[in-house]
Design a protein around this ligand. Structure first.
Ligand SMILES: [Fe+2]
Ligand SMILES: [Fe+2]
Length: 285
C-alpha cells in the first residue's frame, strides 16, 4: 500500500468535462484530492461555438488530462481563440501547449499580460496575439465575448469572460470555494460549507478585500450583477448554477466585513513533515 504524503502525492483524481450551458464545457481538475481535507478545483472552460474558444488552460500538473479532455471536445484545427484570464500558472500553464497544437488559434491577452508572460519565456509570438483589455470585447462568430474584470482577483491582469449568447460568466479566480472532493455544481455542497469556503477563498486570494469600504465594493460587484449571468463558472470551485447566482452575489458583497479564517501555520507543516518522516522510516524498516 502506498502512503500518500505531500512529497509523494497520488496521481490527480480524474474528473471529466461538464456541460454547464449549451456548447459550453467546464474542464474539471482538482488539486489536493486524496491528500488534504480541502480540495481546490483547477478548472478551465471551452465554448464550442462557431469559433471555438478555450478559456484559461489549466495547470501544468494536469497537462496530460487537460489536453485529452480539451481535444475530446474540439479538434485542434478548429480552435480559434485561446483566452487567458491572467498570468498565473494555473490559468496560462498549458497555453503554449494549446497554441502549439492549434495552428489557427489566436491568444487573447493584454499588453500587460504579455509583458508579464515574457519574463517566463512564454514562446507564443506576437503575430498570434490579440489584446483585449478589461471592458473590451471580441467577436467569436455566433457570439460576442466580453472581457470583464471580476470584483476580486490576485493579479492586475485579470479579466473574466462573459458570453452574451449563453449568459455564462467565467470569473477566473473569483466566486470560488474549496471543496471536500471534486464537485461539479455548488448546489451539491452543504450551504454552510459553501459560505465558509467562499469567504476563506475570497479573503485569502484577495487579502486586500479587508481594506474595502463595503458600499464602494458593492458598486464594483454590481458590474457583474448587472450582466445578469445565468451561470458563473470559476477556475477554483464548482460552477454556480442559476439557482445559486444570487446567493453568490450576496456572499461576495459580504466579503470585506466577514471574519477571515486563519490559514494553516507551522504546526500543520510540522504534522506534514512528521508524516513524511514516518512514511520514510516505515519504508526503510
Ligand atoms: Fe490567480
Ligand atoms: Fe487561479
Amino acid at each position: 500500500m502506498t502512503n500518500h504524503t505531500a512529497s509523494n502525492p497520488p496521481a490527480p483524481v480524474r474528473h471529466h468535462p461538464m456541460e454547464i450551458a449549451p456548447e459550453t464545457w467546464v474542464i474539471q481538475a482538482t488539486h489536493g484530492e486524496g491528500v488534504a481535507p480541502q480540495v481546490v478545483h483547477m478548472n478551465s472552460m471551452v465554448i464550442r461555438g462557431a469559433e471555438p474558444t478555450v478559456v484559461d488552460t489549466g495547470a501544468p500538473v494536469h497537462r496530460e488530462h487537460y489536453l485529452e479532455d480539451l481535444f475530446s471536445l474540439v479538434e485542434p484545427e478548429d480552435v480559434r481563440w485561446v483566452f487567458i484570464s491572467h498570468d498565473d500558472a494555473d490559468h496560462f500553464g498549458n497555453a503554449a501547449a494549446v497554441m502549439d497544437a492549434c495552428p489557427n488559434a489566436t491568444l487573447v491577452a493584454t499588453w500587460f499580460l504579455c509583458e508579464r508572460l515574457a519574463v517566463e519565456g512564454f514562446p507564443v509570438p506576437p503575430t498570434r496575439w490579440r489584446w483585449i483589455a478589461d471592458g473590451e470585447s471580441f467577436d467569436a462568430g455566433d457570439r460576442t465575448l466580453h472581457a470583464i474584470r471580476p470584483p476580486l482577483y490576485d493579479s492586475p491582469t485579470t479579466r473574466g469572460l462573459y458570453d452574451d449568447k449563453t449568459g455564462v460568466y467565467w470569473a477566473s479566480d473569483c466566486y470560488a470555494t474549496p471543496v471536500e472532493g471534486g464537485t461539479a455544481f455548488v448546489g451539491e455542497l452543504d450551504p454552510q460549507a459553501w459560505a465558509a469556503g467562499f469567504q476563506a477563498f475570497q479573503a485569502w486570494n484577495s487579502p486586500w478585500a479587508a481594506m474595502l469600504e463595503s458600499d464602494a465594493f458593492a458598486v464594483t460587484c454590481r458590474r457583474i450583477e448587472q450582466l445578469r449571468p445565468t451561470t458563473i463558472a470559476t477556475c477554483h470551485g464548482p460552477t454556480i448554477e442559476a439557482t445559486h447566482v444570487q446567493q453568490a452575489f450576496d456572499l461576495l458583497r459580504a466579503v470585506p466585513h466577514t471574519p477571515v479564517p486563519p490559514q494553516p501555520g507551522q504546526p500543520v507543516l510540522d504534522e506534514i513533515v512528521a508524516s513524511i518522516e514516518a512514511a520514510m522510516t516505515g519504508a526503510t524498516a
